[in-house]
Ligand binder design. Sequence first.
Ligand SMILES: Cc1cc2nc3c(=O)[nH]c(=O)nc-3n(C[C@H](O)[C@H](O)[C@H](O)COP(=O)(O)O)c2cc1C
Length: 378
Amino acid sequence: MNAPTLSAHEQAAIEAFDKRQLRSVLGSFVTGVTVVTTRDAQGKMHGLTANSFSSVSLDPPLVLWSQATSAGSHAAFNESERFTINILAEDQHGLANHFATRTPDKFAGIDYDEGIAGLPVLRECSAWLECKVVSRFPGGDHVIFVGSVERIRQSERRPLVFGGGQYLVADPHDLGRAPVGTQGAMKSQPHAMRLASRHMVRLAQTLDKTLALVAWGNHGPTVVAWQAARTPVAADLPLGLVLPVTSSASGLALAAFLPPEAIERFVAAELRENARNESADLPANAGSLSALLESIRITYKATRRPGPFHGDRVLANAVSVPILSPDGVAVLALTAIGPAEQFDAATEASCANALKAAAEDISAALKDAANENSPVAR
Ligand SMILES: Cc1cc2nc3c(=O)[nH]c(=O)nc-3n(C[C@H](O)[C@H](O)[C@H](O)COP(=O)(O)O)c2cc1C
């Protein structure tokens, strides 16, 4: 089969990337972080931060890493017969920065033990591999070292992660199963919280809205987490803020999916207040509230009319969606809030749809977790 020929235009497009773009693309491949250490013939210790570490073979046990030929410690590693891979733990990003900086004595003030042939083994890491060099390969501006693994050790500490040019922490994709026996609506809350926090980080960035996670507390709808937008809706985003049921998007989103007996004691006083204020767009009696909640049960979206945010002079708009337990009861409400002059919650459908998709995702995960924990599934 003939290789497809590329037009000059296609060829140019393939080749047109610079170092910065290449670095950025490579940053999409998320790695752990290691400090590779050795000792030279004079007994001086060397170490550098490296994320080029990779496993090669299980039998025989081989690993590799690559070093820039421009590194200050390159001659030492090139001449040494051994290296030790210290896989850094989640909280060791300071150590990673330390060993990524050229300094005359990198080991001053650093806690380490001596391993095979006296090589430094850094303390408090996630895991360690003590290796003997079996091959060195030139690789452009790097040299690739392949080592035979002679001794390994592992701790309980979670590993540090690096990707997109920054240090990260690793969480399981679903942030862990719901604890066994937590099928009840409110018992799903901790699991829903974990799942929602991840969505909130992403949504606050993509929507540029301040996000709130609201639980039904013993004083009614209560903010349990905030995620600020690039321009937060207010300077203070207090946790534990209690919201009204009938005039906040979050309160309405929760109330629509809670048993009537759960909301009754909160709404009676609010309905009287709404009636006294004669606000046309707020429910003033049980009938109008029930119609409003019914409409929310159809769309899964609740909005609020522009109102002051947390006593602030800023008028805010909000849209809220419920996160539901496997039996359809509101566990939390996920709410986007923005200044009214920039955010028309009713017309900005894309925002409400993004929230709804996230809430559905979380509700589905709660259902999966409950099925996994149910005696039938086991
Ligand atoms: C997260 C991270 C990963 C790195 N990975 C490597 C690597 O795999 N190979 C390398 O040669 N340098 C890597 N570096 C850069 C070196 O750590 C840095 O150049 C260090 O100063 C070299 O030390 P030296 O000059 O004392 O030898 C990395 C830096 C960071 C922050």
